[in-house]
Design a protein around this ligand. Structure first.
Ligand SMILES: Nc1ncnc2c1ncn2[C@@H]1O[C@H](COP(=O)(O)OP(=O)(O)OP(=O)(O)O)[C@@H](O)[C@H]1O
Ligand SMILES: [Mg+2]
Length: 394
């Protein structure tokens, strides 16, 4: 066993037994068509849960699970989206089809050629032709994106019906579908369209995830959202202390003290990604047992060496003023608009706007009314040290 920075599945997957059990029993239950929406900040473990659910459902009689991440798109265009989902569906149904060609080979085929290749295979589905025609028309702007997306969903539905199975379609980072371009971004309309299509499907169960609470609100959470009450919503929380202990006991060769586990949990807030990263870092120590000094040392090293790379993109997306506000919040533990106003001198309506923006970016979350906290405790610590470094240089 080893620490990993990839989504954790199979032997690497720790804990989360409750949510796994609930998802599996619901998705296997033929009397319900409810899917799940996983909501949680970045690096909390959404993809791991989705992939583990798919893995455990694979091979189940009467069920075909298919995983697709919107973040796997390269060009982020509508034809790419439609082709890639279609391919993922074919891949998922492979045991039910007699395919001779390797999927990897198919992926290399240019978008519009790929249906020619498929036709040479032994799949007799009229919807293939429909998607192909729609894609070609889509390229020339003759067909609207909604129709094209509909064809793809109907393709999955049809193939499931033909084979008499429940088709579980897992779309990771679902709200990013709004950023897919067909000349311009598809926007919120596409979510509404998918909801309408989805309502008419009998064999397809949709499961989704999203990292930014604000975009998930547009999609599923708020009463005005397209998918309101259409999913069983699960907020994914960080690991509890017990799960934190498990991840180290399982993967670390050296013995680790209870005190050290507690400190690791405190520093990372139980976010599995950081636990994996620190675990890897701790692996460098040859000590037979690991205690608090090694933890502090590893955390310092990690922030110094990897923090800048890890958080570069996030910090670049903020204006200078936003950076100052966030850094002050991190450094001085400011949590309320009044405290921030006092520290920064900005008027309160400006601060409120900033808070809304930080919430929409997922960098802050509401602890309770009027009280804000960092979603990611490690990002907060990095900001704090970064500001101290800058002050020292002055
Ligand atoms: N149940 C788990 N057991 C062990 N490690 C986990 C678990 N869940 C997540 N991790 C680890 O945490 C990290 C992030 O996991 P994952 O990619 O699943 O999260 P995510 O919420 O999908 O993140 P992102 O926002 O980057 O998509 C990975 O290094 C993964 O190995
Ligand atoms: Mg993910």
């Amino acid at each position: 066993m080893a620490f990993t920075l990839q989504p954790a599945v199979k032997d690497d997957f720790i804990d989360r037994e409750e949510i796994l059990a609930e998802m599996l029993s619901t998705l296997e239950d033929k009397s319900t068509r409810m899917g799940f929406a996983l909501v949680g900040p970045r690096r909390i473990g959404k993809t791991s849960i989705l992939k583990e659910v798919v893995r455990r459902l694979e091979g189940e009689k009467g069920i075909v699970p298919v995983y697709f991440s919107l973040w796997d798109l390269v060009e982020n265009t509508l034809p790419e989206l439609c082709t890639r989902i279609t391919l993922a569906i074919i891949e998922g149904f492979k045991p039910h089809l007699s395919l001779k060609l390797k999927m990897k080979q198919l992926l290399k085929v240019p978008v519009l050629k790929f249906f020619d290749v498929l036709r040479s295979l032994d799949i007799k589905l009229s919807l293939f032709d429909e998607i192909e025609i729609a894609l070609k028309k889509g390229e020339s702007g003759e067909i609207d994106p909604n129709t094209l997306i509909e064809k793809v969903f109907l393709f999955g539905e049809e193939i499931a019906k033909e084979n008499g199975v429940r088709f579980i379609l897992v779309l990771d980072e679902f709200p990013s579908i709004m950023d897919v371009k067909n000349k311009k971004k598809l926007g919120e309309g596409i979510i509404k369209k998918i909801r309408t299509i989805h309502e008419g499907l009998e064999n397809t169960i949709l499961c989704i995830s999203g990292s930014i609470r604000k975009t998930m609100e547009i999609t599923t959470l708020s009463p005005s959202s397209a998918f309101y009450r259409q999913f069983l919503i699960k907020n994914i929380e960080p690991f509890d202390l017990e799960a934190t202990r498990k991840i180290f006991e399982k993967n670390l060769y050296a013995k680790i003290s209870t005190e050290a586990i507690n400190r690791l949990h405190e520093l990372t807030g139980g976010m599995p990604f950081y636990l994996q990263l620190l675990g890897r870092e701790l692996g460098r120590f040859s000590a037979a047992s690991i205690g608090s000094p090694q933890i502090e040392n590893s955390f310092d090293q990690f922030l110094l060496q990897e923090g800048d790379i890890l958080f570069a993109e996030q910090i670049k997306s903020f204006s200078d003023k936003e950076k100052i506000i966030l850094s002050r919040m991190a450094c001085y533990g400011l949590k309320t608009p009044a405290e921030i106003q006092k520290s920064s001198g900005e008027p309160s309506n400006v601060i409120s706007r900033y808070m809304e923006y930080f919430l929409s970016k997922g960098v802050l979350q509401r602890e309770k009314k009027g009280v804000y906290q960092f979603t990611d405790p490690v990002f907060k610590e990095w900001l704090k040290r970064r500001l101290s470094r800058q002050i020292c240089r002055l």
